[in-house]
Design a protein around this ligand. Sequence first.
Ligand SMILES: CC(C)(COP(=O)(O)OP(=O)(O)OC[C@H]1O[C@@H](n2cnc3c(N)ncnc32)[C@H](O)[C@@H]1OP(=O)(O)O)[C@@H](O)C(=O)NCCC(=O)NCCS
Length: 148
Amino acid sequence: MIRQMSEEDLPRVYAIALSSLDEYYLPEVFSFFLNQWPGGQLVACSVTGKVIGFICGSRLGPERVGIALLAVERESRRRGAGSELLAALRRRAVAEGAYTVQLEVRIENGAAISFYKSRGFIAAEALPAFYNNGGDAIRMIGATVQNS
Ligand SMILES: CC(C)(COP(=O)(O)OP(=O)(O)OC[C@H]1O[C@@H](n2cnc3c(N)ncnc32)[C@H](O)[C@@H]1OP(=O)(O)O)[C@@H](O)C(=O)NCCC(=O)NCCS
């Protein structure tokens, strides 16, 4: 089940981020996204209601949204939660008039690149030394409305 993120979810969301993402993020980053665009912050829950993943969207302009962060806890991956979070953010973006989704992903992150490609995203641009530790990224672009 996908629902909007709340302040109460932040400790759990932060724990998933720490164990899933390569970059370190301060806890304040998540509060920032929640304040900036509440409707673009979503969590995936198990049948028992436990938060197992999250997506943080950002508004990049009137017609474009960004995926700032996306993660599903390790033991719950490859069961569709990431796809549901992405689809829900796309729907939210459409509802607000945006038709393009953009994100940056680490060039070595083959699993995430496959994930986005099989969900209609294309690699648009190489971003050398994009990350704090000097790692390279790929910028990927997708439509908010999916034809397939
Ligand atoms: C990317 C991520 C959010 C996907 O979440 P998920 O719940 O596993 O996603 P889904 O189950 O909906 O889809 C999984 C898809 O990812 C891709 N994928 C996942 N692991 C993969 C791997 N080891 N090799 C190739 N493709 C892989 C496949 O396209 C797969 O689809 P399939 O299972 O139908 O083959 C999750 O892997 C994750 O949290 N990764 C760590 C954080 C991260 O990399 N975030 C993205 C940064 S931009």
